[in-house]
Design a protein around this ligand. Structure first.
Ligand code: 2P0
Length: 327
């Protein structure tokens, strides 16, 4: 094992789950209660460079050209501790991260962030991990990062242990012309972190056991729909699965929600457009922004309709993206 003398840079793209992950069976290892399935996006990614240096007395973390305070850097330092332990090293690192996500897009930056950090830091410290091992390592940073190792449609197999919980590509080179249109309705920081929200839902939602059962069914069905290029079935399953996830927030004690008034406005618009013959389906994560699945042939039409109610700079059209790479 040789520690790299030059910085190692990795690029990871973010992903949006069509079958959501919402709850952990093991907090420390970030083992999920259910398997999930996502689409990696081309347009939102993170570049992270890492160099381990003998002369450093602590980790130095820079994020979008700003040196992070110890409090803000805590989660990253904790992750680097894990990498050091794996490599049996006590060297500190310089970490330089740039997030290429439209300002406050509210799209999962921890997914691309921890996937890029896993790839760059493990290689920089001399570990030679394959993609399965990288996926497991990224999981320790953030659950959704598990899936950002691969491009296209990706399945995170929940497993039952550190070794058995990782992502596998479901369809990596996507030949299906589909888009994900993100509508950025709100820039403010989310009130309830995903980690905390999940814990409350697992512990208190009376619907949690139903969620686990339904996810298993939804996952099976969506895989068939994707294979069959059945856009409507895929979209319908994804939309319902997202709403079922959000019902775990509304039914928790204390209750919480990621919806705001504009999120509901977008959802209603999607329903109306669909009724009028435009095939589009929404999904939503741990924030108020809404993402809409649409076939490429209908994307312009959808954007035109959205522009009637939302400013153009709030609407971003994304497509399927690649897996992790070293730059
Ligand atoms: C997902 N989300 O499957 C789900 C759907 C948001 C809604 O994974 O605690 O940042 O770091 O594992 O991965 C966001 O939560 O949470 C997330 P941790 P993470 O994409």
């Amino acid at each position: 094992m040789t520690i790299s003398k030059t910085k190692i840079t990795a690029r990871a793209h973010t992903n949006i789950a069509l079958i959501k992950y919402w709850g952990k069976a093991n907090q420390k290892l970030k083992l999920p209660t259910t398997s999930s399935l996502s689409l990696t996006l081309n347009d939102f990614y993170t570049d992270t460079s890492v160099l381990f240096k003998p002369e450093l007395t602590e980790d130095k973390i820079s994020f979008n050209n700003e040196i992070l305070s110890p409090i803000k850097a805590k989660r990253i330092v904790h992750f680097l501790d894990l990498v050091r332990k794996m490599a049996n090293s006590n060297l500190y690192a310089e970490v330089y991260t740039i997030n290429h996500v439209p300002t406050s897009a509210g799209l999962a930056s921890s997914a691309s962030g921890f996937a890029a950090l896993a790839a760059a830091s493990s290689k920089a410290i001399g570990l030679d991990l394959n993609k399965k091992e990288l996926s497991r390592l990224a999981r320790r940073g953030s659950g959704s990062a598990t899936r950002s190792i691969y491009g296209g449609f990706v399945e995170w197999k929940k497993g039952f242990s550190d070794k058995s919980s990782y992502a596998v590509p479901f369809e990596e080179q996507l030949t299906w012309p589909i888009n994900m249109v993100a509508v950025m309705v709100n820039k403010s920081e989310k009130q309830m972190s995903s980690s905390k929200g999940m814990q409350i839902s697992v512990a208190t939602s009376p619907y949690y056991s139903a969620w686990k059962k339904l996810c298993k069914k939804d996952l099976k069905k969506i895989k068939v729909a994707i294979k069959n290029r059945d856009f409507d079935t895929m979209g319908q399953i994804a939309e319902e699965n997202a709403m079922r996830m959000h019902s775990l927030t509304l039914s928790a004690s204390p209750d919480y929600s990621y919806f705001d008034a504009d999120s509901l406005k977008v959802m209603n618009l999607v329903h109306t457009l669909r009724k009028n013959g435009l095939a589009c389906y929404f999904t939503m994560d741990a924030g108020p922004n809404v993402k809409i699945l649409v076939e490429q042939k209908n994307t312009d039409k959808l954007v035109t309709e959205l522009q009637k109610q939302f400013a153009s700079d709030k609407i971003v059209v994304a497509s399927s993206g690649p897996g992790i790479k070293y730059l």
